[in-house]
Write a protein that binds this ligand. Structure first.
Ligand code: HEC
Ligand SMILES: [Cu+2]
Length: 496
């Protein structure tokens, strides 16, 4: 390996072998930007060279023999049946070659699986057809967003020239700091997808109901692109991955910008918009989230994807349509391809897309759906995205550090949400619930959950809330995902 430890020289060698241009990317692997990817690259080159040498040696001897000892020259075959020396040689030599290849390969595979001591943990969830990212540990914890194809439909349908990053560009890229170990948990919500970024040497299946993990540590600032690498349905080729590796200061700036954005989403949810504002915003939401199935012209792809142009649901009462978009469509107790958008889109985005579809193509209801309508349809529950981002709304969740009962630094947003709620509802009380999971000692976990709940109560009483307005609930055990973060939370809920 030491021989070939520089990917550039190895790349040139391979490019020469393959007769490629100097860029070499058309026939070669992408330039690696992580240690693991560099190891994979070198190993690929090394093994190709070994195969090439064997190929030339074996075929050289064969062609030479066929030519030099041909029958017309009167050659007589040598007889060495059951020659022990030859048999031992042709067993032992290949074994050494194989061992020589397996040794570095095994070392790299073990390193690939070592996801310990990561700086940031991001969960990547595959959806038909986009990626969802949740920053669940490290700087930026709490950020979550969806990442969808940005390539315009005109390019896909050959109505416009293809752009430079055709089908490899997204609206919201994954952003990570350079030189930090990023652990990526992969899972999926519908079918199997796979998270693949060749320059990082990372390819991990994302399987519904399972959480797998992988990691990368990018050495170079830049934009790196990949794809879903598992056949996952009609738009499989349309769910790219775009990762921006940035300097630490830029990363910090991005984190604070994301937090502001989620605060703005909460704010928008309380606003009233005009028809035109909603249509303009809705057009964008539609282009990102709905065109793949319902098409830009609203005609859908019947019978699988119904048209929205002239649809009874879209032209019917607005409550029904809000319901459909919020919760998706289930048939015979099973989720159809029409997913629930409630978790992914904010109140304002849903209001906008509903307003847009009711007033575009042949649809002309003239009706406006406001964020408040959507909020009411949600039953007043804040969308998960907003609560998790800590930007406001109830239930307010506070995620404690592992093993700690001190209020974490980012608890203020949740505390403020609870204070706002109590200030706005003079008669209301709140419940405080600490959570535990089944890992480790049960007694310890219960104790910790109680201590954490107390810390939250103190923060509230410290801010002037009367004790009678706070109900302390017994600790609850998390159910479902078992994600360790949820087992470290304390929730503040409206009581009753
Ligand atoms: C993955 C494909 C897919 C995407 C993306 C999608 N839908 Fe749908 N949609 C469907 C399917 C399939 C149905 C029909 C479900 C059924 O009735 O069985 C449907 C039905 C609907 C209906 C009811 C139409 C009717 O006449 O029954 C509305 C309204 C709707 N979708 C709106 C939206 C909006 C708004 C978006 C974007 C935020 C969206 N859909 C994104 C697949 C999709
Ligand atoms: Cu996929």
């Amino acid at each position: 390996m030491a021989l070939l430890s520089k990917p550039n020289s190895a790349g040139l060698l391979l490019a020469a072998v393959a007769g490629a241009s100097q860029a070499g990317n058309e026939v070669n692997l992408q330039q690696p930007v992580t240690t693991i990817a560099a190891q994979i690259y070198d190993m690929h080159t090394l093994m190709l060279v070994i195969c090439l040498v064997i190929f030339i040696a074996v075929f050289g001897v064969m062609f030479y023999s066929v030519y030099a000892h041909r029958k017309s020259k009167g050659a007589v075959a040598a007889q060495f049946h059951e020659n022990t020396t030859v048999e031992i040689l042709w067993t032992v030599i290949p074994i050494f070659i194989l061992l020589g290849m397996a040794w570095p390969a095994t070392k790299t595979i073990i390193a690939m699986k070592d996801t310990s001591n990561s700086d940031i943990t991001v969960k990547a969830t595959g959806y038909q057809w986009k990626w969802g990212y949740d920053y669940i540990k490290g700087e930026g914890e709490g950020i979550q967003f969806y990442s969808s194809l940005k390539t315009p439909q005109e390019q896909i349908h050959n109505q416009a020239a293809k752009g430079e990053h055709y089908l490899l560009e997204v609206d919201n890229p994954l952003v990570v700091p350079v030189g930090k170990k990023i652990r990526v948990l992969t899972t999926a919500s519908d079918v199997i997808h796979a998270w693949w970024v060749p320059a990082f040497g990372v390819k991990q299946d994302a399987i519904p109901g399972f959480i797998r993990d992988t990691w990368f540590k990018a050495d170079k600032v830049g934009v790196y692109r990949g794809n879903c690498a598992e056949l996952c349905g009609k738009e499989h080729g349309f769910m790219p991955i775009e990762v921006h590796v940035v300097a630490p200061e830029q990363y910090a700036a991005w984190v604070s910008e994301q937090k502001k954005k989620s605060a703005a989403a909460v704010e928008d949810s309380g606003k009233t918009f005009t028809l035109d504002e909603l249509k303009a915003r809705g057009e964008k939401v539609y282009a990102t989230n709905c065109v793949a199935c319902h098409q830009a012209n609203g005609k859908g792809v019947p019978p699988t994807f119904p048209p929205l142009d002239g649809s009874k649901v879209v032209l019917g009462p607005k409550g029904g349509q809000i319901e459909t978009v919020l919760n998706g469509v289930q048939r015979d107790g099973k989720q159809t391809a029409m997913a629930a958008w409630g978790k992914q889109l904010s109140d304002a985005d849903i209001a906008a897309v509903v307003t847009y579809t009711r007033n575009t193509w042949g649809n002309a209801t003239g009706e406006v759906v406001q964020p408040a309508d959507v909020r009411a349809a949600r039953g007043g529950v804040a969308p998960a995205a907003q609560a998790a981002a800590g930007a406001g709304g109830m239930p307010a969740k506070i995620y404690f550090d592992t093993g700690k009962a001190e209020l974490p630094g980012d608890a203020q947003a949740a505390i403020k949400a609870a204070l706002d709620y109590l200030a706005a509802h003079a008669d209301a009380k709140v419940d405080i619930t600490g959570y535990t999971d089944k890992s480790g000692s049960l007694d310890k976990n219960l104790e910790l959950a109680k201590e954490r709940a107390k810390a939250v109560r103190e923060a509230l009483t410290g801010a002037g809330v009367a004790e009678q307005r706070i109900n302390m609930k017994p600790p609850a055990t998390i159910t479902g995902s078992g994600a360790d973060k949820d087992a470290r939370r304390v929730e503040i809920n409206p009581a009753g």
